[in-house]
Design a protein around this ligand. Structure first.
Ligand code: MN
Ligand code: MN
Length: 478
């Protein structure tokens, strides 16, 4: 190599932004940690198919790690571990820091709801001795992707006496699954000429649930009657109880390694459980931080964060207010000084669909945790654009801790876009930025992530919680 060449290479090394692939850059030891973390994650993901199931899994992990239910009349000391649930669908995990809340808290928030099919209030329909569930899809899905897949049914049915039945059918091989039919190609000439968005409509997402009439019965709707009889025997419910229920159909597919090299994980609900799990592990691995650290698992992100369990609910705010009161601090001051990672996935560059991405500003699998300064669409509309100061603070933490990271937008500027909960947190005058895992086929029934990115997201959140205050800037007060 000529001297000139050597010089320009050195200069490149010094000046160019780095986008290393973890497959090359990480040590064998680090790759082993990615593998170990992924094993635990796959177990979690396979058992956590709904927001309620994530919350109950995470709660068990937290209780085993010594977290105790929050008591607002109690005085907490550094190192105390607290949890609080909300309607079985939100979970706050908090570790009290040496400084309490006086410098603000450090938060990491992710959502635990994923796109799926919910049952309509009157779901059971029988037509020509075939019984189906009518569904109403939840979140942004490509409807045609949800046909011809094994589906499982999860949720809660509240009975007349106030007791409830928790249901999970279709995950185990000895249980039945459910299914949405599609038209055979031989008869699909007309269907094949339709626009992709119209091939399968919302009212076509009818789920096959039975075909056997009540033996010895007479009259109409005997298949439906037989199903209600089975449900009554097992859960002591009647048809009307299905109105008082949260029942969700999700893919009955288990998480599994993808690729000959096993570098990736396929699974349902990586958005956003691949960020929720790192959040949970990050706080469980934070014992005595400088500042009080808080994780919130939130719900309803996929349908706009509304409702009393969505990010627009005051649940987290009330918790922080109560904690502030016990330290004789004003919540508004604490919120204004607090810093938050909105942990949510980003769209990974897909070579098959490269025309939808702008490669210089895309995230790539295996290149680490993605920092997304802003989301939004149509000209940065409807987003919280993290400040240069706060972005700098986070990027410093990532670099100083040798965390593999990359920065990205979501797709080409005029192609589409998306939103996260960051903008709702920002209304509390809090610094917030999106970080998370790049996902292939986001919102599909079976999504793909890389093991390296998953582990780096855990490391990022963990280092954020455990970072000292030396870099903290409070530009609200400056
Ligand atoms: Mn998400
Ligand atoms: Mn999503």
């Amino acid at each position: 190599m000529s001297d000139e060449n050597k010089k320009s290479n050195e200069l490149k090394e010094k000046l160019f932004a780095k986008r290393e692939s973890g497959g090359k850059a990480l040590s064998d030891e680090e790759l082993k940690k990615c593998e170990e973390f992924s094993t635990h994650y796959k177990k979690f993901l396979g058992k956590s198919k709904t927001e309620r199931e994530v919350v109950s899994y995470a709660l068990k992990m937290a209780q085993a790690a010594g977290f105790k239910e929050f008591d607002k009349n109690k005085k907490y000391v550094p190192g105390d571990k607290i949890y609080l649930t909300n309607r079985s669908r939100n979970l706050v995990l908090c570790t009290v820091g040496k400084n309490g809340l006086k410098n603000g808290a450090k938060l990491a928030v992710s959502h635990v709801d994923s796109p799926r099919l919910d049952l309509k209030p009157n779901p059971i329909v029988e037509n020509n001795e075939i019984a189906t569930f009518k569904t109403h899809y939840y979140g942004g899905i490509k409807k045609y992707q949800w046909t011809t897949l094994p589906l499982s049914l999860h949720g809660r049915i509240v009975k007349r006496d106030g007791s409830f039945a928790d249901i999970s059918i279709g995950e185990n091989e000895d249980e039945p699954c459910f299914y949405i039919t599609d038209l055979l190609p031989h008869l699909a000439k007309e269907q094949m000429n339709k626009k992709m968005s119209e091939v399968i409509t919302g009212e076509d997402l009818n789920v096959l649930i039975g075909s056997m009439p009540l033996r010895g019965g007479e009259g109409s709707e005997l298949v439906k009657l037989n199903i209600l009889k089975l449900l009554n025997e097992k859960y002591e419910i009647v048809e009307e109880d299905l109105i008082c229920a949260d029942l969700e159909l999700v893919p009955a597919i288990k998480p599994q390694d993808v690729g000959f090299d096993r570098s990736m994980i396929g699974g349902y609900g990586h958005d956003d459980r691949s960020c929720a799990y790192p959040c949970i592990e990050a706080i469980l691995n934070t014992s005595l931080p400088e500042e009080t650290c808080i994780v919130l698992l939130t719900d309803k992100e996929e349908i706009g964060s509304d409702g009393n369990t969505g990010m627009k609910s005051l649940f987290l705010r009330y918790f922080i207010e109560d904690l502030c009161e016990s330290e004789n601090l004003k919540a508004r001051d604490v919120l204004s000084k607090s810093k938050c990672l909105s942990a949510d996935v980003n769209a990974a560059f897909d070579p098959t669909y490269s025309s939808s991405f702008e490669t210089f500003n895309s995230s790539f699998i295996n290149k680490g945790v993605v920092v997304t300064k802003y989301t939004g669409s149509g000209g940065k509309y409807s987003t919280s654009d993290a400040s240069a100061e706060f972005t700098g603070e986070i990027c410093r933490i990532l670099s100083e801790n040798s965390i593999l990271w990359q920065s990205s937008e979501l797709g080409k500027v005029d192609t589409g876009g998306g939103g996260t909960i960051a903008k709702y947190i920002a209304t509390w005058n809090m610094d917030v930025i999106d970080i998370g895992v790049p996902v292939l086929s986001m919102h599909a029934p079976y999504e793909v992530i890389s093991k390296i990115d998953l582990y780096m997201t855990f490391k990022a959140i963990n280092c954020f919680f455990n970072s000292t205050n030396s870099h903290q800037i409070n530009h609200y007060f400056n």
